[in-house]
Design a binder for this molecule. Structure first.
Ligand code: 6PG
Length: 493
């Protein structure tokens, strides 16, 4: 990541000094610059210590950290202090840091240097040719960093919302809207990136569930599914994640020549950002169940040994899904199910950011956030242009599901969505994220939920009180359940 970001900066006309504890990494950047540059002067200066790094940078310094989240960030910060970093120097953390760590770091390093955070999405290729950048922190620091991030960020055609891509070394994209915007106070940017990753987990899991259903319920080969994804990539589902899923499904194992996907161990890894999103959703009381289900799906996948035993002991139905509908019909249903579920996953992510923003006093601009996710980042998709429009039309939109365009889309596709989930359920093929998305939709549109009975239960065993639909909500009532007349009392607190 650090190497690619350095070369991206160099391509955009910046002279960069870099340092790493592992000198071979610096040597690799300098030699790559020697190969790539068209100028006689090196664009990258390799340094052998923190002191040399500061000496090679113009004061006031802007130092970009590309180190793993957690302890390494503080480790580098302390070394920079020892090397003589100054109060008006800016240190930018670009790792997948926990947003609360960024808040603490800004306070901790106050007076020593300005700690600024910029969450980055797009992986290694993004870092090299244009990532999506989510900066937050001191507004003054932003005035010094803005032009740098605008130069290196991915760019979007403002009319179509599509990425303007160039993967040519030395030829960065200079036209279009840069995928970066000031998100807010420190922590806000990393919070938004954390939710981006939560959505990424859901999006990936939904694609995997569609694959699982096609593979087991329709008996399709990985190649056939890859082709289906390529077809889907021409329409509403067009996205980077669909595109790479087709590539993965098409890949043959270099060792055996079989489909690689059939050989990859079905145990999903995770570095923690999806988990953080789920924890935050639970903490602020935001119903992000599809995102959370995606985290659980990864956890359940890790019980491989137990699943193998259970597969022999626990019975289920015949997985074939073509008894009622034809294969083509099921594929169309799955397309619509994936699309509607995806809308719900994004609705949950934006709802979570909205609730968290209110809790933490941030003013998040959701149209701008959707805009900077249209290119460069892992969840980039054509559909983010519709989300951008939804929030441009109504910046106070309470839920994406209430936007007229998305109301119309779900109306159009929901019967197929329901049908796909029902058929997969009858066939015994799990689709936890898809079905949780449908439950989210059905719960959200439900005027009366069974929480009325739940409140009755709580009042019965714990005198937790209830409000009445025919009286002001603030008034609390309790039934004296153990008395013979079961009288209702008004509870004063
Ligand atoms: C991105 C990715 C990036 C990284 C994730 C993967 O936006 O560029 O999200 O941040 O690939 O950390 O996370 P898991 O290892 O948890 O899947």
């Amino acid at each position: 990541m650090g190497k690619n970001l350095t070369l991206n900066l160099a391509d955009n006309g910046y002279k960069v000094a870099c340092f790493d504890l592992d000198q071979s990494k610096i040597d690799a950047i300098v030699s790559q610059d020697d190969v790539e540059r068209k100028t006689p002067e090196p664009r990258v200066v390799g340094c052998r210590s923190y002191t040399e790094l500061l000496k090679n940078l113009k004061a006031p310094h802007t130092i970009i950290l590309s180190v793993p989240a957690g302890e390494p960030v503080d480790h580098v910060c302390h070394h920079l202090i020892d090397a003589g970093v100054q109060a008006d120097d800016i240190v930018v953390d670009t790792g997948n840091s926990l947003w609360t760590d960024s808040v603490q770091r800004e306070a901790k390093y106050k007076g020593k240097f300005i700690f600024f955070s910029t969450a980055i999405s797009g992986g290694e290729v993004g870092a090299r040719f244009g990532p999506s950048l989510m900066p937050s922190g001191d507004p003054y620091a932003w005035t010094r960093i803005e032009s740098i991030w605008q130069a290196v960020a991915a760019k979007v055609d403002p009319n179509t919302g599509l990425p303007i891509e160039s993967y040519e070394v030395g030829k960065p994209v200079t036209e279009g809207e840069p995928c970066t915007t000031y998100i807010g106070p420190v922590g806000a940017g990393h919070y938004v990136k954390m939710v981006h990753n939560g959505i990424e987990y859901a999006d990936m899991q939904l694609i995997c569930e569609a694959y699982h259903i096609m593979r087991n319920g329709l008996d399709m080969s990985p190649k056939e599914i890859a082709q289906t994804y390529r077809d889907w990539n021409k329409g509403e589902l067009n996205s980077y994640l669909i595109e790479i899923s087709a590539e993965v499904l098409d890949q043959l194992d270099p060792e055996t020549g079989a489909a690689l996907v059939d050989i990859i161990m079905d145990k999903a890894g995770q570095k923690g950002t999806g988990l953080w999103t789920a924890v935050s959703a639970l903490q602020v009381g935001s119903p992000a169940q599809t995102i959370t289900q995606a985290v659980f799906a990864r956890s359940l996948s890790s019980f491989k040994k137990e699943r193998v035993i259970a597969s022999q002991k626990l019975s289920g139905p015949d997985p074939s899904m073509t008894h009622v509908d034809s294969k083509e019909t099921v594929i169309k249903q799955l397309h619509d199910a994936l699309y509607c579920s995806k809308i719900c996953a994004y609705a949950q992510g934006f709802q979570l950011m909205d609730i968290a923003a209110k809790e933490h006093g941030w003013k998040l601009d959701f149209a701008e956030i959707a805009k900077i996710w249209r290119a460069g980042c892992i969840i980039r998709a054509i559909f983010l242009q519709s989300i951008t429009k939804a929030y441009e039309n109504d910046e106070h939109l309470e839920n994406l599901l209430l936007d007229p365009f998305f109301i119309d889309q779900i109306n159009k596709y929901q019967s197929n969505w329901r049908r796909a989930i029902a058929s997969a359920t009858i066939a015994g093929i799990p689709c936890p994220a898809m079905s949780s998305a449908l439950s989210y939709y059905d719960s959200y549109r439900c005027e009366v939920l069974p929480a009325n009975l739940l409140q009755g239960q709580r009042d019965f065993f714990g005198a937790h009180t209830y409000s009445r639909t025919d009286k002001p909500e603030s008034k609390k009532y309790h039934i004296e359940w153990n008395s013979s007349d079961r009288a209702q009392v008004i509870v004063k607190r």
